[in-house]
Design a protein. Structure first.
Length: 276
């Protein structure tokens, strides 16, 4: 790595360092909100963020990082360059410090912090063939991150989070998204705002229900619409059920009565693009 870069990198071995304490605090939502920052783990994900127009405010990498790996070294240099160009800071730390910042025993060797970006709901269906999924009170960060990754995989526009959903910018959710959080739009809204927007725009809403009669393969997927999935335990609320244009089900062949919400999302999203 070039000398001009290494001179700007701070070596930190102590957990008492003020800036390291701030990074560690981002494990909690209240500190992510307060500082308008979130953590992303892994060189690949940090590089994906930079490629998608996000600028790291901080980069933290392990003292054990293999700088002899020319390919990864060039990627890390690009990420660090972007960080410095945008007024950020870079820290080379001990593995103990890295573990504390990430909250994991065997963390990735590179971590970054980024400012979250949220989109507004008013113009989501303005684009032709807009492709969105809405989630009602999803609580598991792993499920949310996996759904975000799947939406990215099918070239969807983004995810609408309705009500009390888990934080899409938690380290667990970002990790599960494998960097897709940086590629699609995220919207947060209330049930009331979502209902009002659908009514105002006359949007076709397809919801999934265990008591629905229509097989998901017979849904009107060709129509410009929003796909709605519900809370892992309670499903879609009655309030939102009442405004669904179409209610569908994924039939079960065995004894299980339902699928994990992220698995259901994958099946339905690929059915939508297959049916276009």
């Amino acid at each position: 790595m070039e000398k001009r870069i290494t001179k700007q990198i701070k070596n930190v071995l102590s957990l008492a360092n003020k800036e390291i304490k701030l990074l560690k605090s981002l494990q909690l939502k209240k500190h992510r909100v307060k500082n308008s920052l979130f953590l992303a783990e892994g060189l690949k994900i940090c590089a994906q963020a930079v490629n998608s127009g996000y600028h790291p405010k901080n980069i933290v990498f392990s003292e054990k990082y293999d700088l002899s790996d020319s390919v990864n070294n060039n990627i890390l240099k690009k990420v660090i360059d972007d960080c410095f160009k945008n007024g950020g800071k870079v820290f080379k730390v001990s593995n103990k410090v890295l573990e504390k910042v990430s909250g994991k025993k065997n963390p990735q060797t590179v971590l970054g912090t980024f400012k979250p970006k949220l989109s507004k709901i008013m113009h989501i269906m303005d684009k032709k063939n807009a492709f969105w999924i809405a989630l009602d009170r999803i609580r598991d960060p792993g499920n949310l991150g996996t759904i975000i990754r799947t939406v990215d995989a099918v070239n969807g526009n983004g995810v609408i989070l309705i009500g009390d959903c888990t934080d899409p910018f938690s380290l667990e959710s970002v990790r599960a998204s494998m960097g897709s959080i940086f590629n699609i739009s995220i919207i947060k809204t209330s049930t009331f705002q979502f209902k009002e927007y659908l009514k105002f725009k006359d949007i076709y809403l397809i919801g999934t229900f265990l008591d629905a009669k229509k097989d998901y393969r017979r849904a009107n997927w060709k129509k410009s619409s929003i796909l709605l999935l519900g809370n892992e335990k309670e499903g879609i609320s009655e309030e939102l059920k009442n405004i669904c244009s179409e209610q569908i089900i994924i039939p079960m062949k065995g004894d299980a009565d339902s699928l994990n919400v992220s698995i259901s999302a994958g099946i339905l999203l690929y059915e939508k693009i297959r049916s276009k």
